[in-house]
Design a protein. Sequence first.
Length: 157
Amino acid sequence: MKFRVADLSDEVRRIDFAEPAASLNEQLARGSTATDQSFEGELVVGGELYRTGTDVHFRGDLSGTVLCSCSRCLEEFRWIVERPFRFVLVKTGAETDDDVGCDHYEGEEVDVAPLVLEQALLGLESATVCADSCRGLCSGCGANLNHEECSCSGSRH
């Protein structure tokens, strides 16, 4: 979602939009590490945007549904990723006292979609479990201990 910087003012502008799961899943596929997670539906974004001088301030939160496999029992389940965010976008080449924590933009427009996509990906967890009480798989026979007793000769779980 792009905004012309000249159209922004110091008055807070409420923005609500959705990013399709396809663009998020493309980013996941391009990643260097394999993941068994994928976004379903849309990523819902709500936020506020305003400008001070040439700096653009963007804050809000995002939420979406993620389909993944439990790292203990390997069953598929869904969970909700929710993440607040806050950005200050500084025009490239502008002098700032301290641009730590700032992102940069060029030209007369800011595109907030890449920032939102990045935050959604950062919101993913490396090891997800379907429930805290998940008992996982038996290391001997592979039985899903959430649904059945193992058939091992001996107590391995």
